[in-house]
Write a protein that binds this ligand. Structure first.
Ligand code: FES
Length: 229
């Protein structure tokens, strides 16, 4: 259902910005960074692609899709379910020989660490979106939409910082932790998050979808974004 909804939204190409007309500044995470025509203040952070006539979500989701598709946790799921290597414990591989991740297409999974670094930029942009979400027309305040986008950014940071590539960046290639006390501390903290990577993977994926749905409902006028103050 989430996949079908995402495909629908990627090509819908509207209702991704609940802006001045409803007194809010809520941008759907599926359309961030905002390079489309509906954007108002968010577009000034980046740029606007006038030449891109298809949905801007296609460009915006390239990095997140690559990051998730090469994620070690998701690999475990799709290696078992679709690649049948291994299908399950004590069940024979569907492939005659095992080449690991040394050949196409699975060798592409080795670029995961580069997606990790690029995604950090993406997380910063979504954090800016979350801060913008507290803007209510001319002033600042707190609404359900603000909280939705703030939680979305927090979960995506949790997903990125719990990544195995992050853990390696913090504590990998170190022979003696005693000589690298700062990296050791970082590695200890990230290891705790790493143990929750599966939970972050699912929670962030589901919440991105729900955040987009919420912004869509507000932007289309189906619901009103309730304001606390
Ligand atoms: Fe899952 Fe890196 S291992 S995002």
């Amino acid at each position: 259902i989430a996949t079908a909804y995402t495909v629908f939204r990627v090509f819908e190409n509207k209702y991704y910005m609940a802006g001045a007309s409803v007194g809010r500044d809520l941008l759907s995470p599926m359309y961030s960074p905002c390079i489309g025509g509906e954007c108002t203040s968010h577009a000034k952070f980046i740029f606007t692609f006038q030449w891109w006539q298809v949905s801007p979500a296609i460009l915006a989701l390239v990095l997140p899709f690559g990051f998730r598709a090469t994620c070690y946790y998701y690999r475990k799921a799709y290696y078992r379910s679709f690649w049948f290597s291994p299908p399950a414990c004590a069940v024979a591989d569907a492939h005659k020989s095992y080449s690991g991740e040394r050949r196409l297409p699975l060798v592409l999974n080795n670029i995961h660490r580069y997606f990790f670094y690029l995604l950090l930029i993406y997380n910063v942009l979504l954090t800016i979106d979350a801060v913008e979400g507290f803007r209510m027309g001319t002033g600042w305040g707190l609404s359900v939409g603000s909280l939705v986008l703030a939680l979305n950014a927090a979960l995506l940071w949790g997903y990125s910082l719990s990544c195995h590539a992050c853990r390696h960046a913090c504590g990998g290639s170190v022979n003696h932790f005693s000589k690298h006390p700062v990296r050791y501390k970082l590695w200890q903290k990230v290891t705790i998050l790493n143990g929750r990577h599966m939970q972050f993977a699912w929670a962030s994926l589901i919440w991105v979808t729900l955040s987009d749905l919420y912004v869509r409902l507000v932007a289309s006028g189906a619901i009103h974004d309730a304001r606390f103050f």
